[in-house]
Every structure is written in C-alpha cells, then in structure tokens.
Design a protein around this ligand. Structure first.
Ligand code: COA
Length: 402
C-alpha cells in the first residue's frame, strides 16, 4: 500500500487556506495544479451546450447542431438556448413578435455611434454601443426582457456601425422580415434572396453557443458578481474581439487573397509552418477532429458559391485543409469556411467579428441567465510564483532604474 503524505503545519501556512491541515497531499496537488489556459479544467456546470471534442459533436440543449442547421431558424434556436426547450408554434410566434418589436435602438445609441470616428474598429464601436444600451434601454424591462432586448438590438447596432463607416444613414428594421433577413437588409439595403436568408440563419445558428469559450466565460464571471446583464455582454464583446477567439475568419480571408490560386496553397502553408506561424481557421482547444460547424459550412459552400473567384477561394481552402491535416494533423475550426459565406452574403470582412457577436448573443444571454439562476461568485485562485518576505525600502533609498 502506498504511503499517504499529509499536509504539514509548514505546508499549510504556505498554502494559506487552499489546503486543509492533514489533507492528503496528492489530493491537494491534483486539485491545485491548473493547466495553462485552464485547458480541460471544469470551471462550472451548465445545461446549455455540450461539446464532444473527440467525436466532433455539438449539442444545444440536447439537440444536434446538424439538425438545428438543417431545420431551425435564428428565432427558434435563440428561444431554445434562452428558454431551454424548443418552442411550440404559439410560443415561437410570441417570442418572434417580441424580438422584432425590440429591434429599433434608442436614438441616443445612434447619436453616440455617430460621434465615433468612422474608421474606428467595428468591435470597439459595438462595445461602446452595448455599454450605452445599459444606460438607455427601457429601465422598466424585466431581466428576461432585457435579455431579448439585447438579442434584438445587437443586430441593429452592428448594421448601423457598418452604415456609419461609409457615412450612410442607418436603415431601420423592417417589421415583416425575419431576424436573419432583416439583418442582411439593414446591412446591404436590399431584401435578401431566400438562399442568403437561409445561409444567414445557419451562420447565426452555428455561432449560437459554444460552452465556456472565452467570451461566454467572461460574461458568466461578470454576471457572478451580480453585476447587470449589459455589463456581462459588454465584457463578452471585449473578449470576442481578440484574434484568437472572434477575429480568426477575417485573417482567413486575408490568407486566401494572399494565396490567390490553389496552385500556391501548399507552398504558402509549408512556408508559414516552417516559420512557426499559425494558420487561422485551424486548431481548437476542445475539438480533436473537424469542428462540426466547419463541416456544415463546407458542405453548404458547394451550393452557395456563385462566382469564379468564390469557387477558386474555396479550392484554396480545401488545399490548405489537406496540407494542414498532412503536416500538422490539425483540423479546420468554424472560422475556415465562414468568411466565404459572409462575403458571399455581402457582409464586408471588417464586420465579421461583430456579426459573430450577433450570432453568439443568445448563447451569452442564456449563460448569464443560467448564472443568475444558481449563482455563486466565480473567484478562482492563482498559483503564486512571486517572492515573499520582500523588505520595504523607502523610495529615496532605491537604486535608480536605467
Ligand atoms: C484555437 C487555438 C487558440 C487553441 O489554442 P490552444 O488550445 O492553446 O492550442 P495551442 O495554441 O497551444 O496549440 C497546440 C499546438 O498546435 C499548434 N497549432 C494550434 N493551432 C495552430 C494553427 N492554427 N496553425 C498552426 N499550428 C497550430 C501550436 O503551434 C502548438 O504546437 P506546438 O505544441 O508544436 O507548439 C489555436 O488553435 C489557434 O490559435 N488557432 C488559430 C486561431 C483560430 O483559428 N481561432 C478560432 C478558434 S474557433
């Protein structure tokens, strides 16, 4: 039998409350050893989203993403995420009516947006507007109404950011258009085709939720302090802005245009890998196989590609995918094929991350509601690597720094 080593008085004082006196040391070490970037660390419980990284499966509230992408809409999936079940016909109608009625944004938000420099980053503009919504939204709204108001208005704000960049007047939402069709209408100024509306729905569904990704975790941490829902979503927007999270599909589009022809793809990838550079749209913290969202967009691409340029860009991505599999055993994530879809619908590249935010909003909101419903403040510990017992030296006696 192996000997159990227990926490001594000395170790106990060093661990300052993180271990109990007499607790088996191997248990403490296991508990306190954190993976860099919290890899595989279970940081809480949730009933919203399940990812099987080995099999490449993604479920929202138990429903497979493939089924939702094939049959559902933005409205139905947002209801599912935020309410925990698929709606009955009358529930979906009520939810959609309420959502559509909340799409117009307060005029103060548009005034604030118009004050921002036209060339400012679209995610910076979104962060400012979501934060301002916390001040100008209807103060009488219940928590549920605030959630649906944010989901409804975030699309209107993103479209207005795009219009402002070009000095074009923002287009108000059109009552008789679905969430996805109206979003495209407010961006492009044209009512979209049925196939583009379907593609927009699928894009939103695929981005609806993804468990404790960085932005959702940020939202939950903020909600766990019992701060308000607008603050939680503002924080999430900030986390999504980073290129390792929301910004990767923009970089994929840049890469595709640099490669130019599928004939150049293999050399391009090999050069980048030889220089230890990452290729955006590949790798994932959880998936060890193809991200099912990438698979769905890849399959859809065959139907929506309509120009020679789009078809060549798709061939480039197929080649890059093949080389990455061979050289690094890395698979595509959702961002590899999503840029093709967004550009195809007339969404400019600089708007990709804000559009991701529109799709992810129902997931953020569902997680914030779930956090509030059974809350305990999220407050982990850090393994201290610094010094102890440093002696305070008065400033006049400290060496001058060079
Ligand atoms: C998604 C991502 C941030 C996950 O990060 P992570 O779990 O911390 O994984 P790491 O960055 O530690 O990568 C592990 C290994 O795979 C390699 N790798 C991961 N993603 C890679 C990529 N896109 N291109 C080339 N190599 C990659 C790393 O270089 C590392 O190799 P090493 O062990 O030889 O150093 C990472 O894969 C990445 O930066 N991908 C590109 C950005 C992207 O597409 N983001 C969208 C995510 S949906």
């Amino acid at each position: 039998m192996s000997k159990v080593v227990k926490v001594s008085e000395d170790t106990h004082s060093k661990l300052t409350g993180m271990a109990k006196w007499g607790e088996p040391l191997d248990q403490v070490i296991q508990r306190l050893t954190t993976q860099k970037g919290l890899e595989d660390v279970i940081a809480g419980t949730s009933s919203i989203c399940f990812i099987d990284g080995t099999e490449g499966r993604l479920l929202y509230r138990g429903y497979d993403i493939r089924d939702l992408a094939a049959h559902s809409t933005y409205e139905e999936t947002a209801y599912l995420l935020m309410n925990g079940k698929l709606p009955a016909e009358n529930e979906l109608q009520r939810f959609s009516r309420n959502l559509f009625a909340k799409r117009p944004v307060p005029p103060e938000i548009i005034s604030i947006l118009l004050e921002l420099p036209k060339n400012c980053d679209a995610m910076d503009a979104l962060r400012v507007c979501v934060a301002a919504l916390g001040v100008f939204d209807d103060p009488m709204y219940s928590l549920q109404e605030k959630a649906s108001s944010i989901a409804a208005k975030i699309g209107t704000v993103v479209a207005a950011i795009h219009r402002h960049k070009h000095d074009w007047t923002p287009i108000p939402p059109k009552d008789d258009l679905s969430y996805a069709a109206n979003f495209l209408y407010m961006v492009t100024g044209k009512e979209p085709s049925e196939s583009d509306t379907r593609l927009m729905n699928v894009f939103f569904i695929l981005h609806g939720d993804h468990e404790l990704n960085a932005s959702t975790f940020t939202a939950r941490v903020i909600a766990s302090t019992l701060s308000d829902i607008y603050s939680a979503v503002t924080g999430a927007v900030g986390a999504l802005k980073g290129p390792l999270h929301g910004g990767a599909n923009e970089k994929v589009v840049e890469m595709t245009s640099e490669i130019e022809s599928s004939k150049n793809a293999e050399k391009y990838v090999s050069n980048r890998l030889a220089n230890k550079q990452k290729l955006m749209g590949f790798g994932h913290r959880v998936y060890r196989t193809m991200d099912p969202r990438a698979q769905i967009l890849k399959e859809m691409a065959k139907d929506f590609l309509s120009t020679e340029r789009e078809r060549e860009d798709f061939q480039i991505l197929l080649k890059v995918e093949e080389v990455m599999r061979k050289e690094k055993n890395l698979y595509p994530n959702v961002d590899l094929y999503s840029g093709l879809a967004l550009n195809h619908m007339g969404i400019p590249t600089y708007l990709f991350t804000p559009v991701f935010a529109v799709g992810r909003a129902p997931g953020w909101l569902a997680h914030v509601l779930e956090q509030y419903s059974d809350n305990r403040i999220i407050r982990p510990r850090a393994e201290y690597l610094g010094s102890q017992g440093s002696k305070y030296v008065p400033i006049e006696n400290r060496a001058t720094s060079r």
